[in-house]
Ligand binder design. Structure first.
Ligand code: FAD
Length: 682
């Protein structure tokens, strides 16, 4: 039996989430943590959440973000930022740190970036430099206000945001003088728009209401534009009160150069380079990762306060004195109290592994995506359809790339030249990363927030009556309420599942998933075999459902059959999250010995994490098995399902020892040292 001596510190996290060599990111984490455990915790403790209005008290947050560098984190150095290159991991770490204390403060920090994201992803160079520069704090010698932005997609009922194909916001030509730039009239009513109390500009999705403008676009609207920029009524929120939300009503006149990405004039018609949905796709591809990690941070943040509560539960009474087990261990004498906390911890770890893995991959993806855009444009291959056709032609090579990428070392070495060649092929590399991220990003959003919210309820229950009071250590009750919003915005769960319905069947992703199963199969780590069998059962069920028909002879695996595809997506999320945790524990085992601080307690740490990964693998395999059985038998009573039955039996048999792992992890929680005081004040 091992001993977990302390809770995992920064050194451990840096190894598992792979930023040990990124001093810049470590500094960002420290800045965000200082704000979270200082300004943010104080605001919450002082009751700033008790009003949905944006107040001067809350505005201290903006000042803290500006002073600590978080406001300019999104920008490149030439725009006033301090990190060169992609920043998905950096933003994910900031969201994680702030949400450790309060999710609303994380949203407040990220919302301006969300407004800038359409400009960053698809804007012209002039648009990027203009807005990015204004959104950074003034440099020495500069005298200007910092511009904050809001992102306005969602509109008043019945067209609120999810079905992004429907827009009520309209753009028409206001004035178009010969040889001059067209002036546009924009009307946009937003609903639930974050940052609206103090936004200087809004990036708004609008549809054409004029035959001289083609389709939809995103466009920037400024508070000082001629017309009316009414910030609207505040949203009567019951969560995330440390961010500002209002329903704006904007009617302004703007030059056509505000269309994000620019436009062409074809036969007297203004043709925006990008439709609003193309831009939104690119934006949400990235920004959904930090949102998912917000709920995850709260799960992991619950561990320490719950241990503290459990241990001190019976102190001060007559029944026990110092040195007695009841005094020293309190509720941790009870197996259930220990083991439910193990479940919460394991869920949090798996969510973090999934989300930070997606963030790292998104960082690798960003430059490849830009190269792909440039390459296809050079080839005259513009527009989503043509691009899709060009990428489809690369599928065979991408599958070959996946084969080589996951080959055993000897095969890899023998085929290194070919692997290098394929890796250097922009379209192949793009197709691979896009296929994996197409699943892991919506999985992070839907699983971390949805399953995370359910698990947060468990964390609160471990605090007993204290849990539902404002005094609950760790603000857990607030965190639970907040998690529902994290599951809702940037597309609620149904939207993420719709996304997964399309991406999980990508042959490249299916091939990668098979390789993950092979890797687990080759591993001798406890729990790996159960997860391997569960992934194979998922792949089997996918193929089975793809071929099967319902009672009326209609296709089952179809985007209209949400009763089939949504549960299948949910099962996949459990598996992918658990597999990600195995991957991070591998990194700890491999790289832990190189770090002197981590090496000291590594045996206990690895023992504990190995058990935690097994606990999560057992849970994930169980959840997936249950869902898959319902689908396979539920739709396939007459079919030959013996192969599936064999796989299910394999999953169950491979759970051997799972409960012993949970026993050990629970026991470890009774011994772990925790700091003297909470990591942030009440
Ligand atoms: C505090 C707050 C801040 C926000 N900030 C912003 C912001 O800054 N900018 C912005 O643009 N938006 C913002 N939003 C809006 C947010 O993105 C949307 O509320 C969210 O995407 C959910 O959309 P909805 O409210 O339209 O829900 P609905 O579309 O009404 O969805 C409700 C439920 O219906 C079901 N459903 C919906 N569509 C489908 C479908 N096709 N198939 C099956 N089931 C379906 C799902 O179960 C879903 O959960 C914010 C919202 C809140 C509450």
């Amino acid at each position: 039996m091992y001993t977990l001596s302390t809770l995992p510190g920064d050194d451990v996290r840096q190894i598992m989430w792979r930023f040990s060599d990124r001093f810049d990111l470590q500094m960002v984490v420290q800045s965000a943590r200082q704000i979270a455990r200082g300004t943010v915790a104080t605001l919450v403790a002082e009751g700033a959440r008790h009003t949905h209005e944006w107040t001067e008290h809350k505005a201290q947050l903006l000042e803290a973000f500006d002073q600590s560098g978080l406001t300019s984190l999104f920008m490149d150095p030439h725009q006033g930022g301090f990190i060169e290159g992609p920043k998905n991991l950096a933003l994910a770490l900031v969201a994680f740190e702030l949400s450790w204390v309060d999710g609303g403060s994380a949203t407040c920090s990220l919302a301006s970036n969300l407004a800038l994201a359409p400009i960053h992803e698809k804007g012209t160079r002039e648009q990027r430099d203009f807005y990015m520069h204004r959104a950074t704090p003034p440099q020495p010698g500069e005298d200007r206000e910092i511009w904050r932005g809001a992102f306005a997609l969602t509109e008043p009922l019945p067209y609120v945001g999810v079905d992004t194909g429907v827009l009520v916001g309209k753009v028409r030509v206001d004035e178009w003088k010969d040889g001059a730039e067209p002036m546009l009239h924009v009307e946009k009513r937003g609903r639930f728009i974050t940052n609206m109390d103090f936004a200087h500009f809004v990036t708004a999705a609008v549809d054409s209401a004029d035959e001289r403008i083609q389709g939809s676009c995103m466009i920037t609207l400024q508070a000082d534009d001629p017309g009316s920029f009414d910030r609207g009524a505040p949203t009567l929120k019951m969560c995330h009160q440390l961010s500002s939300t209002r329903d704006p009503i904007i009617t302004v006149k703007v030059p056509a150069s505000r269309i994000i990405g620019g436009y062409e004039i074809k036969d007297g018609v203004i043709v925006p380079k990008y439709s609003h949905s193309e831009i939104i796709g690119a934006v949400f591809h990235r920004t959904r990762i930090p949102v998912g990690l917000m709920t995850t941070a709260k799960l992991l943040s619950a561990v320490e306060p719950v241990i503290r509560y459990q241990r001190s539960r019976f102190r001060g009474g007559d029944a026990s004195g110092p040195g007695s087990p009841k005094f020293e261990m309190g509720l941790q004498q009870k197996e259930d109290a220990q083991q439910r906390l193990v479940d919460i911890w394991a869920m949090g770890e798996a969510g973090a592994s999934l989300g930070f893995g997606a963030a790292r991959m998104a960082d690798a993806f960003d430059p490849v995506e830009k190269r792909k855009e440039a390459l296809l444009e050079e080839q005259g291959c513009t527009g989503p359809r043509k691009q899709m056709a060009a990428l489809k032609k690369k599928q065979a090579e991408t599958l070959e790339y996946v084969d080589l990428l996951f080959a055993d070392p000897a095969d890899k070495a023998a085929n290194q030249a070919r692997l290098d060649e394929l890796e250097a092929d922009t379209l192949v590399r793009f197709s691979y990363l896009d296929a994996v991220l197409g699943v892991t990003i919506p999985a992070t959003k839907v699983w971390n927030t949805g399953s995370g919210a359910n698990t947060l309820r468990e964390a609160i229950s471990l605090m007993g009556g204290y849990g539902i009071t404002e005094d609950c250590p760790g603000f857990l009750m607030y965190k639970w309420a907040d998690s529902q919003l994290e599951a809702t915005y940037e597309g609620p769960e149904a939207v993420q599942r719709m996304h997964l319905t399309v991406t999980m069947g990508n042959p490249v992703f299916l091939a990668v998933l098979g390789k993950w199963a092979d890797k687990l199969d080759a591993s001798d780590r406890p729990g790996a075999a159960a997860l391997d069998a569960a992934i194979r059962a998922w792949l089997w069920a996918y193929e089975f459902l793809d071929a099967a028909k319902d009672a009326e002879g209609k296709k089952l695996l179809h985007r209209k059959r949400q009763g089939v595809t949504f549960p299948l997506a949910d099962a996949l999320c459990w598996l992918v999250a658990a597999a990600s945790l195995f991957d991070d524990v591998d990194a700890l085992i491999e790289n832990g010995p190189m770090n002197p601080t981590v090496a000291e307690g590594l045996e206990g740490l690895v023992g504990f994490y190995t058990d935690l990964a097994f606990v999560q693998a057992a849970r994930a395999a169980g959840e997936a098995g249950r869902i898959l059985a319902e689908l396979v038998y539920g739709y396939g009573a007459q079919a030959d399902t013996s192969a599936f039955a064999a796989l299910r039996a394999e999953i169950d048999a491979n759970l051997a020892g799972a409960r012993l792992a949970k026993d050990r992890a629970g026991e470890a929680l009774t011994q772990v040292m925790i700091p003297e005081a909470l990591d942030y004040p009440m």
